[in-house]
Design a protein around this ligand. Structure first.
Ligand SMILES: Cc1cc2nc3c(=O)[nH]c(=O)nc-3n(C[C@H](O)[C@H](O)[C@H](O)COP(=O)(O)OP(=O)(O)OC[C@H]3O[C@@H](n4cnc5c(N)ncnc54)[C@H](O)[C@@H]3O)c2cc1C
Length: 501
């Protein structure tokens, strides 16, 4: 047993630490099997103070620490870079600490999942606004805040989950514990506002990809769930890529308060039907793009008025409405009423066994995505030779495109784009060449999107470093990030290697 292990065991007890090979391998990956880094050990603290103690020891021993929530990062962000370090799993810190029903603020431990929190809130007629990411059944609030996550429902209305952040309790890489916003005043009893008592220090930790501190407690605004909602799904005319963007832009230009809108490209519709993902659309003769909207309202009159306004926009663009039931094609109903918002993306993994998304998920302005998606078709053609090599081994060529294109609050869309490819284990054999090609294609696709000006919120291992390697960062921005890192984490303990730090 190493000295490090013994020191850490004294903090968390033997039940919440492991250096077992099997456990270390279980924590060596996120959803992408192309990226791996095996930690030296895994630890599951139960309190802010325990996290602080772990970080102090990590500094003494000069060993990196990688914070982890649900481990659902698509870019390898919550596993080590290289075979080293301590993975600090926050999922044991999953309690709801306080619901302030009067001020509509909930305080939780950062390891709780979006699913568990919203299940609790629904008993009070409340929800978190943005329901976190599409992985919300397993992924944590701390992971979501570290990514500016968005996409699991309600994001056209509420935007990224960090928009609802009120206050954080964060353990700095050297072990000090800070509170932000209203809680920076040590006389404040309850978190009630993020912006004040000096600069928005909570913002420093939002979207930091685990770089600057470990979130231990999170206070979020919550909202009363409106009593009325409507949801409709439409089959698009031809040229649906461009028309869907026009529809989303018109909704914004007319100032309509929409809850969600989502567009599925024709390729996704036809493949999804072929592999049984969208049984409600099996009857379609023309497998064109599909779009849906959801709205919420506080009265029937308000609901009718909004429905009329939205229908006008969709029908004027010659979109054809499906029947109101899920079985008639209305996926919007499933998405809103039956937790489809947390299921829809899960189905994209394993749709064809062993054939997984290699992601380039990003945000772009609504009017930019048609051009970007056309360029990704071009990118796919340019890489035919590599794609062909995978086809020769597996009998199936990788597919480039985007999953749902999701409207978000800031007049953007979340482009869930990338390509799907086989992993290196195919037909009982390991084909290292598949991994090599996947990584090469992945980097090339990410670079293409960076050069389109796309904004990445989840950067993880692969993209945080690639952005630096290809000179994607504005120089002064990157230098400031680095200077902050050097000040608050002089030994580069936290998430060592990300952003090439
Ligand atoms: C099926 C599926 C659907 C998805 N849909 C979406 C989507 O719609 N939108 C979206 O944004 N993403 C999506 N994702 C990606 C990912 O799940 C989310 O970004 C999610 O918020 C990550 O949360 P997590 O708890 O799994 O984080 P992890 O993967 O565990 O960690 C993510 C990052 O945050 C850091 N981190 C985690 N917890 C803490 C903490 N307490 N303090 C400091 N740093 C921490 C990690 O080091 C890592 O860098 C999806 C993934 C899958 C598999």
């Amino acid at each position: 047993m190493s000295k490090l292990y013994q020191k850490l065991e004294r903090i968390v007890s033997e039940k919440r630490i492991s250096n077992n090979l099997y456990i270390r391998h279980a924590y060596s990956r996120n959803v992408s099997s192309n990226l791996q880094g095996v930690p030296d050990l895994v630890i599951r603290p139960k309190s802010t103070e325990e996290i602080s103690e772990v970080l102090k020891i990590a500094n003494e021993e000069n060993i990196p620490v990688i914070p982890r929530g649900g481990g659902d990062c698509e870019f390898g962000g919550s596993k080590p870079i290289g075979d080293t370090g301590i993975v600090l799993d926050t999922k044991s810190m999953n309690s709801i600490l306080n619901l302030d029903e009067e001020n509509l603020i909930v305080t939780v431990e950062a390891g709780i999942s979006w699913g568990k929190l919203n299940e609790y809130l629904c008993h009070y007629g409340l929800y978190t606004g943005c329901l976190g990411p599409g992985s919300g059944m397993t992924s944590s609030i701390g992971g979501g805040i570290s990514h500016h996550s968005v996409g699991g429902g309600g994001c056209a209305k509420y935007g990224a989950c960090t928009n609802q952040l009120v206050s954080l309790e964060v353990v700095l890489p050297t072990g000090e514990i800070i509170e932000t916003g209203s809680q920076a005043n040590r006389y404040s009893k309850i978190p009630f506002n993020r912006f004040g008592n000096g600069p928005d220090l909570a913002g420093l930790f939002c979207g930091d990809n685990g770089l600057y501190g470990i979130k231990a407690k999170v206070s979020l605004q919550v909202f009363p769930k409106p009593e009325f909602a409507n949801y409709k799904t439409f089959l698009m005319p031809r040229k649906s890529l461009e028309i869907s963007a026009q529809i989303m832009n018109e909704i914004r230009q007319k100032g309509i308060d929409i809850y969600d809108a989502m567009y599925f490209m024709d390729l996704v519709v036809s493949l999804g039907i072929q592999y049984g993902l969208f049984p409600m659309w099996e009857h379609l003769k023309r497998k064109r793009g599909i779009i849906f909207y959801t709205i919420e309202a506080n009265s029937e009159v308000e609901l009718d008025e909004k429905t009329k306004q939205l229908d006008n926009i969709f029908l004027n663009k010659k979109a054809e409405e499906f029947g109101s039931e899920i079985s008639e094609g209305n996926i919007a109903k499933w998405h809103y009423e039956e937790q489809g918002h947390w299921l829809i993306a899960h189905n994209l993994w394993g749709l064809v066994p062993g054939f997984d998304p290699v992601d380039a998920e990003c945000k772009v302005p609504i009017n930019a995505y048609p051009k970007i998606m056309r360029d990704l078709d071009q990118w796919d053609l340019e890489h035919s030779e590599d794609m062909q090599k995978i086809l020769e081994i597996t009998g199936m060529r990788p597919v480039t495109g985007s999953g749902p294109i999701i409207m978000v609050k800031d007049n953007n869309v979340e482009l869930t784009c990338g390509f799907s490819s086989f992993t290196s284990y195919y037909n009982g054999e390991k084909h290292t060449i598949i991994d090599e090609i996947n990584i090469k294609l992945w980097k090339s696709l990410l670079e293409r999107l960076v050069k389109h000006g796309a904004m990445f919120y989840m950067q993880g291992d692969i993209l945080s470093r690639l952005m630096v390697d290809i000179g994607g960062y504005q120089k002064e921005f990157y230098e400031l990030m680095k200077a902050i890192k050097n000040v608050i984490d002089p030994n580069h303990i936290l998430s060592r290697g990300k952003y090439n730090f």
